[in-house]
Design a protein around this ligand. Structure first.
Ligand code: PLP
Length: 304
């Protein structure tokens, strides 16, 4: 179970989580107007290390610009706000932060460009999002991924997760663990909240951003680790659904998902259940998170 830490940040203040509420009239509640990022912090034995803080900030800032959400935080202010908030919660273990920019306006019209958008943050002690000991049975969704010209995909907008929720619910209700979206052209995209990688002949393949996927920070991390540490190049190219079970390994990547292997697609198992690349990556990622690989310490921001 994920435990929520006692304090949240909302309306510019750290406050007990039970006071971090919004009016039901607000546009975030009525229309899902907002955007967010999910970031992990890891205890390295001596300090709590935020993973790729500046990249999360940049993605959130870009999302705010794309959606016209007011976000008056430069990076130093954002970083200080987060650190103070984490310190107040006295976090000394692995944790997951939800950093949300939401439209607090209670005016009825569904529109952006509101003066009273707000930053809201809470923290949980999320260990594993998926059961990490088991590879996933995945269903290709009947729901098509939202196109970039409907909602900017890189914005990680709150409301667009209805698309994810529908696909995930369909998959779960049919006994699968996770969904996999195709886009309008029938190209493989991503899961409800994770990017996809495929391994074959010592090469890695992942869908390109142009196929309507989120520019995952773990995706970028994995491309770097594969190249530098495992000597595996990643091709960013369109993947078609009928190719999927031809790969030796398939796995999802994400801040919550970390590295999670896939066992089958639409009940068709992969040829092998071995997941050597995913296992090596998981260990590399964990060592990166915990400051055991000095070449990646620039990705870490200590809190204390
Ligand atoms: C739709 C979607 N794709 C991919 C990802 C993975 O992105 P990241 O690695 O930045 O967490 C997420 C999670 O944030 C997501 O919600």
């Amino acid at each position: 179970m994920s435990q929520t830490f006692p304090y949240a940040f909302i309306r510019g203040e750290i406050t007990p989580i039970e006071n971090a509420t919004v009016p039901i009239q607000c546009k975030a509640f009525q229309y899902g107007l907002g955007c967010y990022t999910g970031m992990r912090a890891h205890w390295d034995g001596e300090n709590l290390q935020l993973f790729r803080l500046e990249d999360h900030y940049k993605r959130l800032k870009n999302a705010a610009e794309k959606l016209n959400i007011y976000f008056p935080y430069d990076f130093p202010k954002f970083s200080e706000t987060l650190k103070n908030f984490i310190k107040k919660n006295e976090v000394k273990e692995d944790a997951y932060l939800r950093i949300n920019l939401y439209c607090a306006s209670t005016q009825m019209t569904p529109r952006f460009n509101n003066p009273d958008d707000d930053l809201a943050i809470y923290l949980i002690s999320l260990k594993d999002y998926f059961n990490s000991s088991q590879a996933l049975n995945v269903r290709i969704s009947d729901y098509i991924r939202i196109d970039n010209d409907m909602i900017p995909i890189e914005a990680k907008s709150t409301g667009s997760y209805i698309n994810s929720a529908l696909a995930k619910t369909q998959a779960l209700s049919e006994g699968y663990d996770e969904c996999l979206f195709l886009n309008r052209e029938g190209h493989v995209c991503e899961a409800s909240g994770a990017n996809l990688f495929a391994i074959k002949n010592n090469t890695s393949t992942t869908p390109p951003l142009s196929d309507n996927i989120l520019n995952g920070i773990t995706r970028d991390t994995v491309i770097t680790l594969l190249k530098n540490e495992l000597n595996i190049e990643t091709q960013e190219r369109t993947i078609l659904p009928n190719e999927l079970t031809e790969f030796e390994e398939l796995f999802f990547t994400g801040t919550a998902a970390k590295i999670t292997s896939i066992a089958s697609i639409n009940k068709a198992p992969l040829k092998s259940s071995d997941t050597p690349t995913a296992q090596k990556l998981q260990s590399l990622l964990d060592n990166t998170f915990r400051n055991k690989l000095p070449q990646y310490s620039h990705w870490l921001t200590p809190v204390y």
